[in-house]
Design a protein around this ligand. Structure first.
Ligand SMILES: NC(=O)c1ccc[n+]([C@@H]2O[C@H](COP(=O)([O-])OP(=O)(O)OC[C@H]3O[C@@H](n4cnc5c(N)ncnc54)[C@H](OP(=O)(O)O)[C@@H]3O)[C@@H](O)[C@H]2O)c1
Length: 294
């Protein structure tokens, strides 16, 4: 039945892989785009669609081949758009245009919580405001999910932050609001299953908050090993070399953003992940060693 098919863009990424898993767990027939990691997806029970999501021609083909009328859109500022906001916006618009041409009956766009409230220098997030506006005016039936910081950032070897036993590093040690990308997928499943309730609606995905020492305590509880935590780099280097992320963290740290609270999201997903839940779910350190004691 075409109505149970979902096509997920960027399906091998930090968000996409767990969105695929959650949608599959919720009973959907899940297709995921990847340029070259088809096996990674098929090993997960996801049907790979080998294509480049940044190409409109490829997107048209992916929608036609799968027959999916539900589309989960992720855009990637840093790698796919080469840290160029105009390019990321063009990728988002192209996905929306492709959905319109294929008569998709529900598109969910993964944006970012409080995108409109952040400093203009947070370029990778301000792009989301433009894509959301384009989507609202497009005529495509849509919902928007607005996640906060991913727990997945604690194990992100591609960005020089692999999770190691006994150590936890991050770009901020202050209280931050987090979510698991699996819960973005669980929220997407809720929306896809009840379009009457969710079309034209947005939902912030925020499931837990805590400072770095509290994240470390959660890892200690799950792993049974003492964890030393600290900043991945001094703040002056964060400001100097990661300006975009620096101003995003200042919004989190100084303004306690995003405004939503875990309790709000939990009215829709009561068992949304805490930090401990996430370490259990994630399961292993970057080198493959299991986190939880046997
Ligand atoms: N990190 C956070 O805390 C956070 C929080 C809220 C929102 N977000 C948003 O999440 C989005 C990024 O998602 P993510 O972290 O899941 O991304 P990611 O892990 O970096 O994955 C992005 C995907 O894009 C594909 N890709 C990479 N380079 C490409 C290229 N040159 N051309 C075409 N495709 C390419 C890759 O798929 P293949 O190689 O398989 O093709 C990859 O799986 C961003 O918009 C960000 O603003 C992040």
């Amino acid at each position: 039945m075409s109505s149970t098919k979902v096509l997920v863009l960027c399906a091998t990424g930090k968000a996409g892989r767990n969105v695929c898993k959650a949608l599959k767990d919720a009973g959907f027939e899940v297709y995921g785009t990847t340029r070259s990691n088809a096996k990674k997806l098929s090993d997960q029970g996801i049907t790979p669609v080998v294509c480049d999501y940044t190409s409109r021609k490829d997107l048209d083909r992916a929608l036609l081949e799968t027959g999916a009328k539900k589309l989960f859109v992720v855009t990637d500022y840093f790698a796919a758009a080469k840290s160029n906001g105009a390019i990321e916006i063009s990728h988002g618009k192209s996905a929306i245009d492709a959905a319109k041409a294929a008569a998709v009956d529900h598109l969910i766009f993964m944006s970012v919580a409080d995108a409109e409230l952040m400093d203009e220098r947070v370029k990778h997030i301000k792009t989301k405001v433009v894509i959301e506006d384009y989507l609202r005016a497009s005529g495509v039936k849509y919902s928007i999910l607005r996640p906060c910081a991913f727990f997945e950032n604690f194990d992100d070897p591609a960005n020089w932050n692999p999770l190691k036993k006994g150590r936890l590093k991050f770009l901020s040690d202050q209280e931050i609001k987090y979510c698991a990308t699996y819960d973005i997928g669980r929220a997407a499943a809720i929306m896809f299953k009840d379009p009457a309730k969710w079309l034209e609606k947005s939902l912030d995905v925020i499931s837990w908050k805590g400072d770095l020492s509290q994240v470390a305590s959660a890892l200690e509880k799950v792993g049974g090993v003492k964890v030393k935590s600290g900043l991945a780099m001094p703040l002056f280097l964060r400001k100097l070399f990661l300006k975009d992320l620096h101003y995003m963290f200042l919004y989190f740290e100084d303004q306690k953003g995003p405004k939503g609270e875990p309790e709000d999201f939990k009215t829709f997903l009561p068992d949304a992940f805490t930090a401990e839940d996430w370490f259990r779910y994630h399961g292993s350190y970057s080198n493959g060693e299991r986190i939880a004691r046997a």
